[in-house]
Write a protein that binds this ligand. Structure first.
Ligand code: G3I
Length: 463
């Protein structure tokens, strides 16, 4: 079954627990000391995943992914939070045909299979580009006819392979210079600007249902480059060339979201094409600070709002969802922190901004973090206890745990946390060095206390 750029209304069969505030108490009488355990999840109201929020609005929220990383926390978040995937490199010509006539579809197939298993769309990226082409192609010397045949064969082979499985293709990538002239690429030099119309026509022949896009950067606002793109799309439409959409990459710099973004989206929509934000990231000079992260959140919100405001804006894809999988630090010296999750998979303020722009709340999902209280050792008037905070499919950047002692117990000493007791209520928060609990990880702190009569396990609240 095909997916369209606007998500299907059908519910996904995702076996994910959404229980956020359940309290589980496990009592195990173990050995003479009688180890007691209680586990509680955070009582904070957690938000729905971004993909649920986006689907409720008929929008795509996507991410670029690296196929080899789609396991563990990376896989949980890529599959759980997004309804669309774009292979970051896996479908580029140099990846799929490294030697002439010898194909490697491994990573691309893996991403498509993962997307299908998670009921996600795939955005193919990219068929015609001046970059990341195989050496045998760029080093060769070709006549115009040979170049045209090579391009046709490449497009036909790749689009046919995924026929009926991809929602959209970035057919042509980055055809323009900043001043709106055509980039003097291999393709432009060999075939003139008509390579664009030919590529679209061949892609359409191979998969008539895929939405076909031209994709570029620095075309988010109204400027010379985006106007050249506008004029091209207008003329392609007039000529009857199959063009369905325009991709605004949106590799942006902190504080510099173009003020004409929505106006620009609207003018393309008025031509009768869809618009997608295809590669959003917002880079900042490192180190990041709270103020920069707040500005970044405002910038993400501005981009999301512009897309949400225009019905022909299909959605937004981030170019990597975690700072551990972003191209920015490799290319822009001293810059980074450009994505909605930090390198430990902790959601940043930008995550909350995306969620709120899609109609959710800014509370990141923390429901899969739990706190478990146990009595490790007990003697006539004293005991040693510990609390372990564990996260799965979510993460924390700081934590606070509290409980009520109902039988007169008192904490006398704690380690790996700062604890205070007021009346019967104990509150413990992270030390300076152990606030981060990555998904799949845990943090434990311990304490000594006094008791008399009985030492029941309290209900623990995280958050
Ligand atoms: O695969 C090799 C690996 O074998 C080698 O060990 C390693 C050493 O550096 O390099 C690996 O290749 C890298 C490749 O990404 C895969 O990770 C290249 O060096 C690196 O240059 C390449 O960067 C990609 C970049 O396109 C190239 O321009 C980024 O990952 C990718 O995110 C980026 O994506 C582009 C979009 O396609 C188009 N718009 C701009 C965007 C950002 O540049």
């Amino acid at each position: 079954m095909r997916s369209s750029l606007h998500p299907r209304p059908a519910r996904r069969p995702r076996p994910r627990s959404r229980t956020r505030s359940r309290l589980v108490a496990l009592f195990t009488g173990v050995a003479a000391v009688g180890v007691l355990l209680a586990a509680g999840t955070t009582a904070r109201a957690a938000d729905a995943p971004l993909r649920d929020l986006a689907e409720a609005r008929g929008k795509v929220i996507g991410t670029a992914v690296t196929g080899s990383k789609l396991t563990g926390t990376y896989g949980d978040l890529a599959g759980g939070q997004f309804n669309s995937l774009t292979p970051g490199n896996a479908m580029k010509w140099e990846t799929v045909e490294p030697s002439r006539g010898s194909y490697d579809w491994g990573e691309a197939d893996r991403i498509v299979a993962f997307a299908q298993a998670h009921d996600q769309q795939v955005r193919g990226h990219t068929l015609v580009w001046h970059s990341q082409n195989p050496g045998w192609l760029t080093d060769g010397s070709w006549t115009a006819d040979q170049l045209s045949t090579l391009l046709q064969d490449h497009i036909t082979t790749e689009v046919t392979r995924y026929k009926g499985e991809l929602a959209a293709w970035d057919v042509v990538n980055e055809p323009f210079n900043e001043d709106g002239t055509y980039r003097t690429s291999l393709w432009y030099q060999g075939l003139g600007s008509d390579y664009i119309a030919r590529a679209l026509t061949w892609a359409h022949a191979a998969d008539p249902d895929a939405k076909l896009y031209i994709n570029d950067y620095n075309v988010e606002g109204v400027n010379a480059k985006s106007t050249a793109l506008y004029d091209l799309v207008k003329s392609l439409k007039e000529r009857g060339v199959p063009i369905d959409g325009v991709g605004l990459q949106a590799h942006l710099i902190l504080g510099l979201v173009p003020s004409t973004l929505q106006q620009n989206i609207e003018r393309f929509a008025a031509l009768g094409v869809d618009v997608a934000v295809t590669e959003l990231d917002i880079r900042m000079q490192l180190p990041s600070t709270d103020a920069k992260l707040a500005q970044q959140a405002a910038d993400y919100r501005a981009v999301m709002n512009a897309c949400v405001a225009v019905s022909r804006c299909a959605g937004v894809t981030v170019w990597g969802f975690t700072d551990s999988d972003s191209w920015i630090p490799d290319v822009f010296d001293g810059y980074g922190a450009a994505t909605p999750y930090d390198a430990n998979y902790v959601p940043k303020p930008a995550y909350g901004a995306i969620a709120t722009a899609l109609g959710g709340t800014s509370t990141p999902p923390t429901g899969d973090c739990t706190a478990a209280y146990s009595v490790a050792n007990e003697w006539n008037t004293g005991f040693t206890g510990q609390v372990t905070i564990s996260c799965s499919g979510a993460a924390l950047s700081s934590w606070k745990v509290s409980w009520d002692y109902g039988a007169g117990q008192r904490i006398t000493q704690a380690w790996n946390a700062t604890c205070a007791q007021s009346g019967t209520t104990v509150t413990c928060s992270n030390a300076s060095y152990n606030g981060t609990v990555p998904s799949g990880g845990s943090v434990t702190f311990g304490f000594n206390g006094t008791w008399s009569g009985s030492n029941p396990v309290p209900a623990v609240t995280l958050g």
